[in-house]
Design a protein around this ligand. Structure first.
Ligand code: MF3
Ligand code: CO
Ligand code: CO
Length: 266
């Protein structure tokens, strides 16, 4: 087992740059989310944008993964492989997950978008998942426990009739794409690892409209819900600070105010 790597202020400053680029890339890619667009075109944009900014798309060739980002539609939980045949349709929901490597540091961020006009059920799922990430982030400070994050997310999601995916978790991130610790989106308050200033990790809840169980398609990557009900996800990379945390992948452009639609009430 590898250890948890605490980052210095200088290292967090370096991560800020990688994370900022990942967030900017996602903001630009999000502009392509429209009915009729295929996910390979979005992948190719992400690839070119990343290279143009002197960075490397971390997913490409990671454990044999064939593309430069993950794009997951509707009942795909995560790790959807971009494809010309995967065409966005009005009413779909789509997660774009981007990880950039800049100067040796990783930034990992994702969000779920509406394609055209969403159904009320889709809005309920996506907005609940967006709030799950916010609720998880609100728990992060030195001396809090990993279980506090998972418990807060699980309580909220299950209270709204949704389920929390068990097979994938958030993760430490830094010089490596996936480091210790594992950050489950379910768990028990006051349990688990105690957080320390200088830890950097993702929170990336995957929330399902139905059951949390999944299966992996024959491409060995695409994770889909067993019951074919839809799944949403949001992800940020965070650093634990003296008083709380810093969202290293926070949006500063078009997604900075991407919030719950006005008419939606929790
Ligand atoms: N970006 C994903 C995460 O949030 C991991 C994707 S692994 C890949 O951890 F190989 F599919 F890219
Ligand atoms: Co991640
Ligand atoms: Co990711």
């Amino acid at each position: 087992m590898s250890e948890i790597v605490l980052k210095s202020r200088e290292e967090i400053e370096a991560m800020r740059h990688a994370c900022r680029l990942a967030a900017q890339t996602l903001e630009e890619a999000a502009k392509m989310v429209k009915p009729g667009e295929n996910t390979l075109a979005i992948n190719d944009f992400v690839h070119e944008y990343t290279i143009k900014h002197h960075a490397i798309p971390a997913p490409l060739h990671y454990c044999g993964y064939p593309k430069s980002c993950c794009i997951s539609i509707n009942d795909v939980i995560c790790h959807g492989i971009p494809s010309k045949n995967a065409v966005l349709r009005d009413g779909d929901i789509v997660n774009i997950d981007i990880t950039s490597i800049l100067d040796g540091w990783h930034g990992d961020v994702s969000a779920t978008f509406y394609v055209g006009t969403p159904s009320p059920e889709a809005v309920n799922l996506v907005e609940t998942t967006r709030r799950c990430l916010e609720i998880g982030i609100a728990e992060v400070r030195p001396e809090a426990r990993l279980g506090d994050i998972g418990a807060a997310i699980q309580t909220f999601a299950e209270g709204r009739g949704f389920s929390v995916v068990r097979d994938y978790v958030g993760h430490g991130v830094g010089r490596k794409f996936h480091e210790e610790p594992q950050v489950a989106h379910y768990g028990k308050r006051h349990k688990g690892l105690r957080l320390l200033e200088g830890m950097t990790f993702t929170i990336e809840p995957m929330i399902n409209a139905g059951d949390w169980r999944m299966r992996i398609l024959d491409d060995n990557w695409t994770s889909v819900t067993l019951d074919h009900k839809w799944s949403a996800q949001f992800e940020h990379t965070l650093a634990v600070t003296e008083n709380g945390c810093e969202i290293l992948t926070a949006f500063s452009g078009p997604l900075a105010n991407s919030v719950t639609p006005e008419h939606f009430k929790f």
